[in-house]
Design a protein around this ligand. Structure first.
Ligand SMILES: Nc1nc2c(c(=O)[nH]1)N[C@H]1C(S)=C(S)[C@@H](COP(=O)(O)OP(=O)(O)OC[C@H]3O[C@@H](n4cnc5c(N)ncnc54)[C@H](O)[C@@H]3O)O[C@H]1N2
Ligand code: MOO
Length: 406
């Protein structure tokens, strides 16, 4: 009889798996999008380096704000350094992005003045320092702007470009090999020869999840439920990938060979086989040659939920990133009694209104763990911990936001 462990224990074990040292590679900043930066990025200068105009107008000394007229002595286009200086009684026409001329401290926008040949009259006053960007307004020299472990997105690309950094060191993404086992399952396009066959979704669902969450993927396709095919599959996958994910063949049926191959043929170190969760109770996690094997149950909803709970956090750890599963609080719209002594993950709909997440179960189908369509539209997973109380309507509950996983 297998020993089932609880969810928290299984995650604790997963988090202790020793991973090979991450390697880094140099990437052009645009090619680094979605990758994890390996070093802190520190500003080597102030931005802006000198006080800079934030509007088109006239640079003056604030002392002169009440003057009847101020003489225009020069023009100061962006990108050039004006020689002349602002002293009392004079101003310099200055544009958005131009350095503030020497001696000036305030910018009066063109909308706030009337121009008479070479003088201005201020028709609407501004406070001291108006529309002048201080030194270091955007960032200051020596400020840590991007911390290592950050996933590169548009804002990071922009900040790196402003620092004149074209290439950065990023962590090489782990490779995840994926295969589905089962003699009844067909790959895309494969011809159906009898009514008992079904189309495999798991290998592609999991590839999609891994790809959008920071892994390189190696699609191994469909493998027959026999010892030899599964052994070949796992041996090949273990040579090429950091993590090997299979679906099917881990419960108690006569043809559930994945577990036999992992345990007996490969003699892998089984960390656990069986967790008190719903769905996915038969999940098996093992280590072979320093690689992690995650064998998931065959049902589509089970394997998807377990890939989210166990494969994604392992990918995040490989990437040494600050990523985590998006678990937030939400208000539930109905009573939800605890039905079994397990941690249960139930698909629900989520929306964000009036400053909080709200969940409901409208249109969600009830049945076995085969129902993947419950994850369409705006889905989340309600998390009911093994030792939790019955949930009551309007309680705040934990949910995992599926749409944020892409
Ligand atoms: N007597 C018992 N029967 C079952 C138990 C149990 O404890 N005692 N556990 C049930 C639970 S819970 C699950 S989950 C499944 C897990 O079984 P396996 O991991 O061995 O998966 P299979 O039997 O191979 O398949 C289950 C189900 O999923 C369909 N499937 C398989 N592969 C795919 C795929 N790639 N894409 C889509 N659908 C797939 C398959 O046709 C089966 O319907 O065992 C229960 N039984
Ligand atoms: O473990 Mo199964 O995935 O509960 O249906």
């Amino acid at each position: 009889m297998r020993e089932f462990i609880n969810y928290d224990k299984s995650i604790e074990i997963l988090n202790k798996i020793k991973l090979n040292k991450a390697t880094t590679e140099k990437k052009f900043i645009i090619d680094a999008i979605g990758k994890v930066i390996a070093n802190d990025v520190i500003a080597d200068h102030n931005s802006p380096e000198l006080p800079t105009s934030g509007m088109d107008g006239y640079a003056i000394k604030f002392d002169d704000i009440n003057n009847e007229s101020i003489k225009i002595i020069d023009k100061n286009p962006a990108g050039s350094v004006v020689e002349s200086e602002v002293i009392n009684g004079v101003c310099i026409k200055t544009f958005t992005g131009s350095l503030m001329p020497q001696g000036s401290d305030t910018l009066v926008p063109i909308e706030n003045v009337e121009v008479f040949e070479d003088t201005i009259k201020i028709t609407k006053k501004v406070p001291f320092g108006f529309a002048t960007r201080a030194i270091g307004e955007n960032y200051a020299k020596d400020e840590v702007l991007i911390k290592k472990g950050t996933v590169i997105g548009f804002a990071e690309v922009g900040v790196l470009a402003s620092l004149n950094i074209a290439q950065i060191n990023v962590i090489v993404n782990p490779t995840v090999a994926i295969a589905s086992t089962g003699s009844e399952i067909l790959d895309l396009g494969e011809v159906q020869t009898n009514e008992a066959q079904i189309r495999s979704s798991n290998h592609l669902t999991i590839e999609a999840l891994c790809k959008t969450n920071g892994a390189n993927t190696l699609q191994m396709g469909i493998v027959e439920d026999d010892i030899e095919s599964i052994t070949n599959l796992l041996e090949t996958a273990l040579q090429k990938a950091d993590i090997v994910v299979t679906t099917g063949g881990v419960s108690v049926g006569d043809y559930d060979f994945v577990q036999d191959v992992i345990k007996d043929k490969l003699q892998a170190e089984v960390l656990f086989h069986g967790v008190t969760i719903k769905p996915g109770m038969h999940i098996l996690v093992a280590i072979k040659d320093g690689k992690t094997i995650i064998a998931l149950p065959g049902f589509a909803y089970s394997s998807t939920v377990c890939a989210i709970l166990y494969v994604l956090p392992l990918i995040y750890r490989f990437r040494q990133s600050n990523e985590a599963l998006p678990i937030v609080k939400a208000r539930i719209n109905e009573d939800f009694p605890r039905k079994m002594p397990k941690t249960v993950f139930t698909a629900c709909n989520v929306e964000y209104t009036n400053n909080e997440y709200k969940i409901n179960f409208d249109g969600k189908k009830k049945g076995t763990s085969a129902i993947l369509t419950n994850m369409l539209e705006s889905p989340a997973l309600l998390i009911q911990k093994e030792d939790s109380e019955d949930i009551k309507k309007d309680d705040l509950v934990d949910i995992l936001l599926l749409n944020q996983l892409k």
